[in-house]
Design a protein around this ligand. Structure first.
Ligand code: ATP
Length: 376
């Protein structure tokens, strides 16, 4: 097993820097999802690693081996694309077996690998069927099984679920989840779909405008985004943001906002920051018809039911610069709230993130003024 490393990797298309000086290691035996909005450079980065695209500058290493100038076939990687690549007119079994015939394998090893890949991808029932007769989702499973059976050191997935019909998506995602858990290969999985990344990844490398801006296990990335972009991009809806004033000097800082009944003591924040941004996930905002500890009065403008029964509640708080925002609450809470009218809102301090003027996370601990500082 080996890791994949890229060093100062850059790809320009004219004036556009599709991949912008990326240095990063994809750890061996782990699933790393490259996640980011459309056009941020995920596919280009993956294609350079695969050798399908030449880099403008920088290098790609598989373990200690510089593969920057090797052709794709010499890199010994498996690739699964958006559209399933299968040989039509022949069976599932033969599709998986064919690439193995050019490898120097004993017949028994070949059969073992095909059977194992068929089993792993849940294709036993369709093994004898002609792939032309299968739906897109099952064809994609065949494409995955074929790469798995070759046992390359690395497997690269480029949005394999995106073009599969809605009915097969969930099933394919489940199969991929089981598969990636049982494989020991180094896997890079490109997706713009955060649910897919959250489900499949050991770690998510979040991309923005040609750069990897943060890499962390899914939960950590979700709970502690390194910048406002991560807060906004992840979540449905993403984090809500409010401007707030941070006053005082190191050791005695206070955060004031109409969202808090009294200034909040902040420890850990250093530097000159005065205008900061508060970020909180909509599902962490607490709402109640009656006052809560640390709550302020708010106004419900609208409430709508979401898939899954949660309520999305549009609110306003007097004195807030950017005024309206949305909270997401459990059905049991949402049902009891008025469709419009007064309510009480509280931001649990341990769920609040602070960002500086450049949008970068400020490592700080928040507590009600007067409460003991446990960080000290
Ligand atoms: P998507 O999810 O939409 O595929 P992505 O994050 O994978 O997006 P890329 O496909 O890598 O993004 O593209 C990154 C940028 O490079 C985009 O602005 C795209 O238009 C541009 N780009 C990609 N390939 C080429 C090319 N061959 N010629 C010119 N520009 C390109």
């Amino acid at each position: 097993m080996a890791d994949i490393r890229v060093e100062h990797l850059t790809k320009t298309f004219g004036a556009l820097r599709a991949v912008d000086d990326v240095s990063f290691a994809f750890p061996s035996g782990k699933v790393t999802c490259l996640l980011g909005p459309s056009g941020c450079g995920k596919t280009t980065l993956m294609r350079i690693i695969a050798g399908l695209e030449a880099q403008t500058a920088g290098a790609v290493y598989f373990g200690d081996h510089d593969v920057s100038r090797l052709s794709p076939s010499k890199r010994n990687i498996g690739m699964v694309f958006q559209y399933p690549v299968v040989y039509r007119g022949i069976s599932v079994y033969r599709n998986i077996e064919l690439p193995l015939q050019s490898m120097k394998l004993s017949r028994s090893e070949r059969i073992r690998r095909v059977d194992e890949a068929i089993y792993l991808m849940g294709l036993t029932a369709s093994a004898a069927q002609d792939v032309s007769k299968l739906d897109n989702g099952t064809r994609q499973k065949v494409a995955v099984a074929r790469e798995v059976a070759r046992q390359p050191q690395f497997i690269l997935f480029d949005e394999p679920i995106t073009n599969v019909d809605a009915a097969s998506k969930l099933q394919l995602k489940r199969s991929l989840k089981e598969l990636t858990r049982s494989l020991s290969q180094t896997i890079i999985y490109v997706t713009h779909d955060q649910t897919e990344a959250m489900t499949l990844a050991d770690q998510i490398a979040l991309m923005e405008e040609g750069k990897i801006v943060q890499c962390a296990p899914p939960r950590e990335l979700y709970n502690h985004p390194a910048d406002r972009f991560g807060g906004w991009f992840l979540g449905n809806p993403g984090m809500v943001f409010f401007t707030a004033a941070l006053s005082g000097t190191d050791g005695a800082r206070a955060l004031a906002s109409p969202l808090f009944p009294a200034p909040i003591a902040v420890s850990g924040a250093t530097g000159e920051a005065s205008d900061v941004t508060i970020g909180i996930r909509p599902e962490h905002i607490r709402l109640s018809a009656d006052p809560l500890p640390g709550s302020v009065p708010a106004q419900v403008d609208r409430k709508t039911v979401q898939i899954g029964g949660q309520y999305l509640v549009a609110l306003t708080v007097d004195g807030l610069a950017n005024h309206g925002f949305k909270a997401k609450v459990a059905p049991s809470v949402g049902e009891r709230l008025p469709a419009s009218g007064p309510v009480h809102v509280a931001l649990p301090l341990d769920q609040v993130s602070l960002f500086d003027a450049a949008g970068n996370r400020i490592a700080a601990t928040l507590r009600p003024a007067g409460a003991p500082n446990r960080a000290q």
